[in-house]
Design a protein around this ligand. Structure first.
Ligand code: FAD
Ligand code: 2HG
Ligand code: ZN
Length: 470
């Protein structure tokens, strides 16, 4: 089928409003926000209903045309970007934005895949509930993308990642059949839990069109602190002691190196250092409670006071009002954007057991700086999940191409250190195209074999996001 007849066939399903084929209008679907990945496509199709998605998939299946599902295109591994052949079709879910049902007695919300995470959070708040997934891209990323990548973010230590928040899915399978698994059940032991195959599959097994998600009681008290630490080891001690004191009230614990904070102070407007002195490490701590006026400040002050005496904390400040809370989170959430202003960088989204985070940082810093003096290590992340973003920027003033030539060797040092500590080379961002080759080296061969067998069973023609994950 040539591109013109494919376009006509798809247009009969989605109408002219559902087709993008003008090169200028297609551009934003064909590269990511960092411009790290770029591709080409025959066209972009934007169905508005599950039935339209199914019809689009059937047409593409019949004509052996590969599909690349795309949500908000905020992914960090190039998973939503087509290859450069120009033959693939990008299937954007961004017109599927309906909130289908809210069931407060069941504590669930049923939403379509194109709903923005922020809109989902707002819909939950409107019925006095919390949808807890929280990440820097929440104004642009979609529920479908969050599910397809099993997104994490800053509240995982209390509420879990997207896998833990999903009860049911609706999926269009690679042959165009619709699987309606939209059950809002917390107990359903009737065989394999199929939704978990699609969560985290990065569009390689089917297209998620809707989901039933869990709701939680609304939060009515919050306390946020910015804390300076002498080293990463102290962060691990501190999170243990704060968790022992505060239990489930601990909802955020984000570690940042001084280098990360320096980049934010340099590039993100409105941000200023809460301390006069420069410190090597920082954590942003958040406690929350469903009770109004819960004594969270007292609790956190007691925890930080004890930690100060033990030498784990150098200084601390509690946000006094909502504006200060927002300013502290802006420092944390601004790191991705700030690092982008410093030229080429390499992202590594690794996890190790929480207890091994200090060893990971010490060993990897030493090995990297010995072999690549001058590179800037931007280490930060979700300590409670053992998840570090161990990103590397080129030495200041150095040549971009020279840095790019060193990328493979830099990543190898980081992944080898991760593997030596029984960690994972992708904690929350997925494999996409960025980590496909590394996954081949670092993932257990039997696990890869089982994954390939599942892929062959569900997508024998290999038309769902080819070149990603495997
Ligand atoms: P896309 O980027 O469009 O797609 C991501 C992958 O999912 C692709 O493989 C795509 O093919 C597939 N896909 C998308 N929609 C569907 C669907 N409906 N059905 C099947 N497959 C689909 N991630 C975290 O986990 N934690 C963070 O803290 C975090 N912070 C971020 C901060 C910033 C500033 C940015 C830019 C990104 C951040 N991310 C984070 C990464 C990203 O936002 C998440 O991976 C997000 O879940 C992607 O959603 P999306 O809608 O943009 O998906
Ligand atoms: C975060 O935690 C995100 O801020 C993005 O996962 C990490 O940009 C990154 O490397
Ligand atoms: Zn993260």
């Amino acid at each position: 089928m040539n591109a013109q007849s494919l376009l006509h066939a798809l247009e009969t399903v989605v109408g002219p409003a559902g087709i993008v084929c003008d090169p200028e209008q297609m551009a934003s679907y064909l590269s990511d926000w960092r411009n790290a990945y770029r591709g080409a496509a025959a066209l972009v199709v934007r169905p508005a209903t599950t039935e339209q998605v199914a019809a689009v998939v059937q047409i593409c299946h019949a004509h052996r045309v590969a599909l690349v599902p795309q949500g908000g295109n905020t992914g960090l591994c190039g998973g939503s970007i087509p290859d450069d052949s120009g033959t693939q079709v990008v299937l954007s879910l961004t017109r599927m934005t309906r909130i289908r049902e809210i069931d407060t007695a069941n504590e669930t919300i049923t939403v379509e895949a194109g709903v923005l995470l922020q809109h989902l959070q707002e819909a939950a708040a409107a019925v006095d509930r919390l949808f807890p997934l929280s990440l820097g891209a929440q104004g642009s990323c979609t529920v479908g993308g969050n599910l397809a990548t099993n997104a994490g973010g800053t509240a995982v230590l209390r509420y879990g990642n997207m896998r833990d928040l999903a009860l049911g899915l609706e999926v269009v399978l690679p042959d165009g059949r619709i699987w309606n698994g939209l059950r809002g059940l917390r107990k359903d032991n009737t065989g394999y839990d199929l939704k978990h195959l699609f969560i985290g599959s990065e569009g390689s097994l089917g297209i998620i069109t809707a989901a039933v998600l869990k709701l939680y009681p609304a939060v009515r008290s919050i306390t946020t602190a910015w804390v300076a630490l002498p080293d990463a080891r102290s962060a691990v001690e501190l999170i243990g002691s704060i968790r022992a004191l505060c239990g489930d009230r601990l909802t955020g614990f984000e570690l940042m190196s001084r280098q990360s904070v320096d980049f934010v102070l340099r590039h993100v407007g409105r941000c200023s250092d809460p301390f006069a002195e420069v410190h090597p490490w920082y954590v942003l701590i958040e406690l929350s409670d469903t009770q109004p006026d819960a004594p969270l400040n007292d609790l956190l002050e007691a925890g930080l006071g004890a930690a100060l005496e033990r030498g784990w904390v150098l200084d601390a400040v509690l946000a006094g009002n909502e504006a200060q809370v927002a300013a502290l989170w802006a420092m944390r959430e601004g790191i991705s954007e700030a690092q982008n202003h410093e030229g080429p960088s390499l992202k590594h989204d690794i996890s190790v057991p929480v207890s091994r985070i200090p060893a990971f940082i010490e060993r990897t810093d030493e090995a990297l700086l010995e072999r690549f003096p001058g590179v800037r290590i931007v280490a930060y992340g979700h300590v409670g999940d053992g998840n570090l973003h161990y990103n590397v920027s080129k030495p200041p003033g150095s040549d971009d191409d020279a840095f790019k030539a060193q990328q493979a060797a830099i990543s190898e040092i980081i992944y080898a250190a991760t593997a030596a500590l029984d960690g994972s080379i992708s904690a929350e961002h997925g494999i996409g195209q960025a980590k496909r080759d590394a996954a081949r080296r670092y993932k257990d061969p039997l696990e890869l074999e089982l994954m390939r067998a599942l892929k062959r069973t569900l997508d024998p023609e290999g038309l769902m996001n080819p070149g990603k994950v495997f």
